[in-house]
Design a protein around this ligand. Structure first.
Ligand code: TRP
Length: 345
């Protein structure tokens, strides 16, 4: 069984089915984003409740975040693009947490470095089309004072045994790493942002990749006791790394396409990217490409806007009528066009 289905079966998330998408489109009058249509965002918790609130004209907000790294790659940008889309559809506040502390605890970095990375990443995040009037981005190291009260409330309600078994901490782990999880949970409480929400208890919706769910499972278990709202979630899959079907990593240079890569570098990386095409021309024409494993094809699913064009490529490449060289050329063109809009911003 694949990890995405496993996530649903083991951790009780729900799939995003057609009924939910139809309701979303009907209520908002907007077409579902290509990430929804193509199951890049494919699972959720309580997303129906968010739609209920929207239907009744009641408030909610969006929360997402980023552990700063040297440079952002195209996989990192997915939740932010999606958050900006949701913000524009629902016209709500977006909160973005930069966990400079998290990276200080878990990577071999100085505090100056994690703060530099955070500042640099914030600039890239701002290119995703957020409404500047309704977006609040902060670094934990700076906003800690305002968060502290809610942080303590969460800390008091969380059992070490639960945090330990959820994250699998070990005796030798540093205390910063062990005490970090509540930090990522605090923005789920709307009173953490009194300048935006006063003391009102407003529900939040978190777009994130499935690996972030442990934090939010834990807080969802204690919100009732705390007299707080459970966060709702909408989950994405990972973007495959250039070398094949595993997660794109920002610390392995060859595995990722960065926002600041030039066209030449993008072209070079895609040319070397893992291909699902047949190993000989004959074989390819006979059996077609393995689309699941083909990195270029998978990037097109994420970044190519036109459904018709994608469908055409799916049929032709999948049946061997289109060649790997052609699909790679298309991918380079699409990615470079995407990066070009980012470069301009
Ligand atoms: N831990 C996340 C990372 O390493 C950063 C993060 C903080 C986050 N808050 C979040 C991600 C909320 C998604 C949603 O990148």
């Amino acid at each position: 069984m694949n990890k995405y289905q496993e996530f649903i079966d083991q951790f009780g998330a729900s799939p995003i089915n057609n009924d939910l998408l139809e309701r979303f489109e009907k209520l908002t009058g907007k077409k579902a984003h290509k990430f929804l249509r193509r199951e890049i965002f494919y699972a959720q918790r309580d997303f129906d409740q968010i739609l209920d609130l929207y239907e009744k004209g009641e408030p909610f907000y969006i929360y997402t975040g980023r552990g700063p790294s040297f440079s952002m790659h195209i996989g990192h940008i997915i939740p932010f693009e999606f958050a900006a889309y949701l913000q524009n559809v629902f016209d709500v506040y977006v909160i973005i947490q930069m966990t400079d502390d998290e990276k200080y605890f878990t990577r071999d970095l100085t505090f100056d470095q994690t703060e530099d990375y955070a500042n640099k990443n914030i600039k890239d995040i701002m290119k995703c089309g957020f409404n500047p009037e309704k977006t609040f981005i902060f670094k934990n190291s700076e906003y800690i004072g305002t968060m502290y009260h809610n942080l303590c409330r969460i800390q008091r309600n969380l059992k070490f045994a639960d945090v330990k078994s959820t994250f699998g901490f070990e005796q030798a782990d540093n205390m910063g790493k062990i005490s970090f999880p509540p930090m990522q949970m605090v923005p789920c409480l709307s009173s953490t942002f009194p300048h935006l929400f006063g003391s009102k208890k407003i529900k939040c919706l978190i777009p994130c990749a499935i690996d972030q769910d442990p934090y939010f499972r834990l807080i969802r278990d204690i919100t009732f006791r705390m007299g707080e709202q459970k966060p709702a979630l909408i989950f994405s899959k990972y973007i495959p790394s250039l070398q094949g079907p595993c997660k794109m990593s920002s610390s392995v240079f060859e595995s990722a396409i960065y926002l600041d890569d030039t066209r030449t570098i993008v072209a070079q990386k895609i040319k070397n990217a893992f291909s699902g095409g047949g190993s000989t021309k004959k074989e390819h024409e006979r059996f077609g490409a393995n689309l699941e494993a083909d990195v270029s094809y998978q990037y097109l699913r994420i970044f190519l806007d036109s459904d018709d064009e994608l469908q055409d490529i799916t049929v032709k490449y999948g049946s061997g009528k289109m060649y790997t060289r052609e699909i790679k050329e298309k991918t380079i063109e699409v990615l470079d066009a995407y990066l070009e809009t980012m470069r301009k911003k």
